[in-house]
Design a protein around this ligand. Structure first.
Ligand SMILES: [Zn+2]
Length: 468
């Protein structure tokens, strides 16, 4: 499934645009960044970065030359646009000013903007940019937030100039990092279907009778919103529930919700969640355009009585993590007071934009940053054990994701976790309540701040730097 063709030839992204986009995010990542000039040699900045991009950003190649591996913070880190690998990463010029000899501005722009997926035509059967086509896959760094490493190089150079240390931004109550726990609500009433079907296939009539009896006399195992909320609360945490306001299948047959969000009993349950620390958000339906997403957002805002002008942000995450880079940012941008949390790879946990903090996606049409905040998704339950994704054993899950969690903690980032309500069903032994509990216990043991999307938007809008 190819990406839509470009109507007009793409415009080059200028050096100034790249520099402004990257430095804006750098200043959001650290407290009190001093007002010093950072740039390439032609502007005679106080802190110089070597220009290694050549004509790359005037063209439409999705992939740059292979990165050089350099040591930083004890890790082997890939540096793209690194024209002089024989020179040290950080060096003092005869003037006494530092120079960074790899073009970390271009590298950070390339990864954070999602350049590869905008210009690549690779899409999977759901129309998504596949992990298999990514530089993260090719060079093996999906669990390393490489842009944060580049920022650490920049930070180190600045500390050398000003003689004091720069601290990463902190979260609620001064916590060093944050966790954004989320649930996509695709299904509430379908737990009985698979075991019933399996019993029929086995011609196991007693089992079939038992499943049907349970179905008609008991609540469905996935009809568990309050249990999910209480489980999360037992860790002194809160979480965000993304509801799917579309129950009809997409034109290509892909299912949306198995429930109708405006059904009276469910409305009562959603309002109850909303009153009890849970955040309510929108799970944008398959192929929703601006009009559809606006209607879906308005429906959810009406249920919890948060009009668009209330100043309260309402999150969105697209069903199936469907994100078409040439269109989707414009759709999200058209929704007032909206943040998004779609950008993760379904196939692998880690960092799709190689960054562990919320960021403003790049609008390639206008060649400027988008107005909405993206809270990137790091780990989804389905990724961990699925025929087409990873096949981790239950006891392998926490050890597998711990290095990624340590990276987020190291850089003061946000860990976004997606655990579907279906997977709070005790019948799930692979990615079920037990594995969720292990991750939550780890997060709590590392003194994370449990935040929701509204908290994150508020924190990111607080000034952290002495200059803009
Ligand atoms: Zn979904």
């Amino acid at each position: 499934m190819p990406a839509p063709a470009f109507a007009t030839p793409p415009q080059p992204v200028s050096t100034e645009t790249r520099l402004a986009y990257v430095l804006r995010h750098f200043r959001l990542a650290y407290e009190n960044v001093p007002d010093i000039s950072i740039g390439y040699v032609d502007t005679q900045p106080q802190l110089q970065v070597a220009d290694g991009a050549g004509g790359f950003f005037s063209q439409t190649n999705p992939y740059p030359a292979a990165p050089n591996m350099r040591e930083w913070l004890g890790q082997s880190v890939p540096f793209f646009f690194d024209a002089e690998p024989q020179r040290p990463l950080l060096e003092l010029l005869p003037s006494g000013h530092p120079i960074i000899n790899a073009d970390i501005i271009s590298g950070a722009f390339y990864l954070l903007s999602g350049w590869q997926e905008y210009y690549s035509e690779e899409r999977d059967q759901h129309g998504r940019f596949p992990y298999a086509a990514s530089v993260q896959r090719q060079y093996g760094f999906v669990t390393m937030p490489v842009v944060n490493y580049y920022f650490d190089v920049l930070k180190t150079a600045i500390q050398h100039m000003v003689g004091h240390s720069l601290q990463p931004r902190t979260w609620l109550n001064g916590a060093q990092w944050a966790a954004f726990v989320t649930h996509d609500i695709d299904n509430l009433y379908s737990a009985w279907k698979a075991p019933t079907k399996a019993a029929i296939q086995r011609r196991d009539w007693p089992s079939l009778a038992r499943h049907l009896w349970q179905h008609f006399t008991q609540k469905d195992a996935w009809d568990n919103l309050e249990e999910v909320q209480q489980t999360v609360a037992s860790y002194e945490a809160k979480s965000t529930f993304f509801f799917l306001p579309e129950h009809r299948k997409a034109a290509n047959g892909t299912p949306n919700a198995d429930y109708k969000v405006q059904q009276a009993l469910l409305v009562t349950q959603i309002r109850h969640l909303h009153r009890n620390t849970a955040e309510v958000a929108v799970h944008g339906s398959i192929n929703a355009d601006s009009v559809k997403l606006a209607l879906e957002t308005a429906a959810m805002r009406e249920i919890v009585d948060l009009p668009f002008d209330s100043g309260i942000y309402l999150g969105n995450r697209f069903h199936y993590l469907k994100w078409e880079p040439t269109i989707t940012p414009l759709i999200v941008e058209s929704i007032p007071a909206c943040y998004d949390s779609t950008l993760g790879f379904a196939e692998h946990f880690g960092f799709r934009n190689s960054y562990c903090l919320p960021f403003f996606p790049f609008n390639f049409q206008l060649r400027q940053e988008c107005t909405f905040l993206e809270i990137p998704l790091n780990v989804m339950d389905a990724t961990l054990h699925h025929p087409r994704y990873l096949q981790l054993a239950p006891e392998e899950i926490l050890p597998a994701i711990t290095p990624m969690l340590q990276e987020i903690e190291r850089f003061g980032g946000v860990c976004t976790l997606l655990w579907h309500n279906e997977n709070f069903d005790p019948a799930n032994k692979n990615t079920g309540p037990r594995q969720f509990a292990e991750i939550m216990e780890y997060l709590r043991s590392r003194a994370v701040a449990f935040v929701n999307g509204q908290d994150i938007v508020g924190e990111m809008n607080k000034p952290t730097s002495t200059s803009s």
